[in-house]
Structures are given as C-alpha cells and as structure tokens.
Design a protein around this ligand. Structure first.
Ligand SMILES: Nc1ncnc2c1ncn2[C@@H]1O[C@H](COP(=O)(O)OP(=O)(O)OP(=O)(O)O)[C@@H](O)[C@H]1O
Ligand SMILES: [Mg+2]
Length: 255
C-alpha cells in the first residue's frame, strides 16, 4: 500500500442512537488525500450526526475512527483539530467584529520579533501580508484583509473560514451545508475553492442538499438513508437523477 492509499480518515462500523432513535447504523467511510467525498441524504438521514462524530463533537455508540491508519478517540473537536480536521459550518464561527486577517490568525497570533514580542505586541503587518497571500493563492476575492468580517457576504465568510483551515495545515475539511444559504454565484465560488483545496492533497467531506453541485464536485458520493449507507457512487457512475433516487430510497426499491 502506498502512502496515498492510506486514508486520511476512516470510520468503521459507526452507530449512534439517541434514546430509541437509531441515527446511524454501522456506517463505514474513508476519505483519501485529494479526494472530495459527498455525503448526501434526506433531512434526518444522519449526515450532521456522522460529521459530529468524525470531529469529536458527538460520541458514537459503537465503532472506530482512524487517522492516517492509526486508531483515534476524539473527546471533543479540539482533539480532532489537533490532528488536522477542520469543520466549516453553515452558520460559521467567524468573529464578526474582527478583520479578515485577525480571523485567519485567531488563536494563533504572530508576535513581533524580540523585546516587543515578549511584551505581547502583535505583528499585524506580517499577519496581514500572510493572510493576503493565502487568500490570493486560493483566488479568494476580498478587497482587503483589514475588512471586518461582519461586513462580508456569506460566501466571502465561508471562503475565509476555508482559507483559515488551509493556512493551518488541515488535512481534512468538513463542509456541512456550507453553501446552503449562498446565492448561486457564491456557491459556485466555494465549489471552485473546494476543488482548489483538494489539489493540495486535502481530503474534503462535503454535506450538501445541492445535488448538481455534489454531482459536479465529488469524486465519490456516499448516500445515507435512515442512518445507513445505501450507496457509494463514484464520479461518473450516477446522474443527478440517480443520486436523488438513492436518497429517496426509490433506487433500492427498484433493485
Ligand atoms: N442530540 C440529539 N438528540 C436526539 N436526537 C437527535 C440528536 N441529534 C440528531 N438526532 C436525530 O438523529 C437523526 C439524524 O439527524 P441529523 O441531524 O444527523 O440529520 P441530517 O442528515 O443532518 O439532516 P438535515 O439534512 O436535516 O440536516 C434525526 O432523527 C435526529 O432527530
Ligand atoms: Mg444536518
């Protein structure tokens, strides 16, 4: 097995119940370097629960997780972030009062060199220039990294959140309905960003109800139906219509 065959992330036999509700049953999933994997299913199919388990926000009732082939146990999203998993949510956690550059460096601020740094003085110029370089390399159009995030559009904020994850060397990026609230053009830009990120060998797990976009972007699509994986479709194997039939259960019924 070559290095690139070892999945960045693997879930084996993941189940989760909430009281009598089986949200997930025996789910297997892998994400490899540079792969965009779609996770689709109807409302309540278990997509967000699975994502939360994969990042440590929710504990599985049973099953195992592996990062780079090594078994891991996440007690919180802090644990998964330390191993390179970053989540971008629809209602994302950017600090709206801070600038783009400040958001990109939030919690990882660069100090000035020498005495001033030891006094806690921040190197704002360096942070601004590094943030600008990252945004530019990802073709993210924001007029100034000094702009307050609260003034950006939803799509620009998503892009900043993705840039932040990339800048800090995330290996796997989860997007949960990241484009749901976006206008068509902005959703397309985030789509292009996902493709760009995957070129850097980051694995992307994309939860979305936007079937044309999933169909276009994903190398593989995993379909959940009432908490079970009912189909795993490779790029080119299924039309948008086929995916919808798997989601509704019509494809399985048709046999
Ligand atoms: N904390 C919880 N307590 C009880 N039930 C829960 C909890 N979280 C999720 N569930 C249940 O688990 C099932 C899966 O929910 P989940 O949010 O994972 O679905 P989803 O696929 O993300 O749906 P959507 O497309 O609407 O976001 C649902 O029946 C939901 O009600
Ligand atoms: Mg959800």
């Amino acid at each position: 097995m070559s290095a690139s065959d070892v999945p960045l992330l693997e879930a084996r036999g993941i189940s989760r119940h909430f009281g009598t509700v089986s949200a997930l049953t025996d789910v297997n999933l892998v994400v490899r370097p540079g792969e965009v994997v779609g996770l689709v299913g109807d409302n309540g199919a278990g997509k967000s629960t699975l994502l939360k388990i994969l990042c440590g926000a929710v504990q599985p009732s049973s099953g195992e997780l592996f990062i780079d082939g090594e078994p891991v146990r996440f007690h919180s999203p802090k644990d998964s972030r330390a191993l390179g998993i970053e989540v971008v949510y629809q209602d994302l956690a950017l600090a709206t009062e801070l600038s783009v550059a400040e958001n990109v460096f939030l919690g990882r601020e660069r100090k000035r060199d020498g005495f001033l740094g030891r006094l806690g003085m921040l190197d704002r110029r360096r942070m601004a220039s590094e943030a600008a370089t990252t945004l530019e390399s990802l073709a993210i159009e924001i007029h100034s990294v000094q702009a307050r995030c609260g003034l950006l559009s939803g799509g620009q904020r998503q892009a900043v959140a993705v840039a932040r994850a990339i800048m800090w060397g995330s290996k796997v990026l989860f997007l949960d309905e990241a484009t749901a609230a976006l206008a068509v053009m902005e959703a397309e830009k985030i789509g292009a960003l996902v493709t760009e990120v995957a070129k850097r060998d980051v694995g992307v797990l994309l939860v979305s109800h936007n079937m044309p976009q999933v169909h276009e972007l994903c190398d593989r699509i995993i379909v959940l139906l009432r908490g079970r994986v009912v189909a795993e479709l490779k790029r080119g194997e299924a039309s948008v219509q086929d995916i919808v039939m798997w989601i509704t259960g019509a494809a399985a019924a048709r046999g």
